[in-house]
Design a binder for this molecule. Sequence first.
Ligand SMILES: *Cc1c(COP(=O)(O)O)cnc(C)c1O
Length: 409
Amino acid sequence: MLSRRKMLQLLAGMPLLGGLGVSRLLETDRAFPGISESKRNLFNELGIEPLINGRGTITELSGSLMLPEVVEAIESTSDTFANLNEVQDKVGVRIAELLECEGAMVTSGAAGALTLGTAATITGMDEEKITVLPNLPGPRKEVIIQKKHRYHYDHAVRNTGVKMVEVESAEEMEEAFNDQTVMTLFFNAAAQFGGFEHSIGHEEFVSISKKHNIPSFIDAAADVPPVKNLFLYKDMGFDLVTFSGGKAIRGPQSAGLLFGRKDLIEAAKLNNNPHSDSIGRGMKVNKEEIFGMLVALESYLERDHDEQWEEWVGWTEVIAGQAETVPTVQAERHVNSGPANHFPDLQLSWDQDRVAITPEEVVKELEEGSPKIVVSSNKKGLYITVVMMKPRQVDIVGQRLKEVLEQAV
Ligand SMILES: *Cc1c(COP(=O)(O)O)cnc(C)c1O
């Protein structure tokens, strides 16, 4: 293998490697201390530009970074075989203990959990139904959802062949149940994203579902911190709960948690890989990631969340401090109300008569600069989420931002 010095010499003789010049390569190393100098650097090799994530746990940006203990769990379990059902069962028991609920399993993200949870409510333990899903004979099964809770991820529910039945009030919900109803679905962050109040609140939604003896499922994928949310919804009485594994919990990006009623979890497992003739066969999570998910959850439950929050606040201050050296720039910490993405973020604005650059132009410059930095703009200005940055990247973001803004003064 080439030494780093040789590689640089080699690169010096070439104008570009996959779009990365030598100086950019060095920059990249500084910004990405996790990228090993001695091991093979696949990003460079394939010309894939690493980026500093100032937008948060976005799947398109590869979600989140696994914690070292998660990577260790993956590594330490990767060189031996085990029965996958046994791994899933025993990890599930441990997760259920940690979350103080009846049953749990590791799914292929929260989206996988939505499909498997819905499948479980349709099939129960019936092998015949499991094999024919999503083409169950007879009228289509139905899932009741508030009209304003309809969202992209209900596609994962519709994968099972169900029809979504929309209701707008408790009265309408009461009337929507019939022989085809298999489940009710609550999108926890709907009100936050839509800017409205839930017309049927959590408790009422659960109580109406229970009255009709139909399992209720809540999607809380992005809804930690606070850590107590992991317990809140099953305590409210939801029968199934999902959280993403690869968001703030920082487990494997392709993993998620499905937990709640034991009989439904057992049915969800039958609809899942490794069973070949099942709707979940393509939602495989390997044993390493199942272990990794458990370790990420343990680590998340043990973490000092106040300390972590203070660290994030500190990061917003570092970037704010740099940006505010530019005339008229104002930085304000903005805490997302939650339940989704409840983090201390940074909102920046400036007088565009004095600093002649639009927020969109700043986004573009940061993205095209070196290292590549990805942030968002909104109608108030620039919006930066710090929680997915590495400590060393925070200052780099502050400096680059200052540079870009200063050039426009
Ligand atoms: C992110 C998200 C999902 C999908 O989660 P994955 O773990 O990426 O599958 C589903 N629902 C909501 C509300 C989400 O925010």
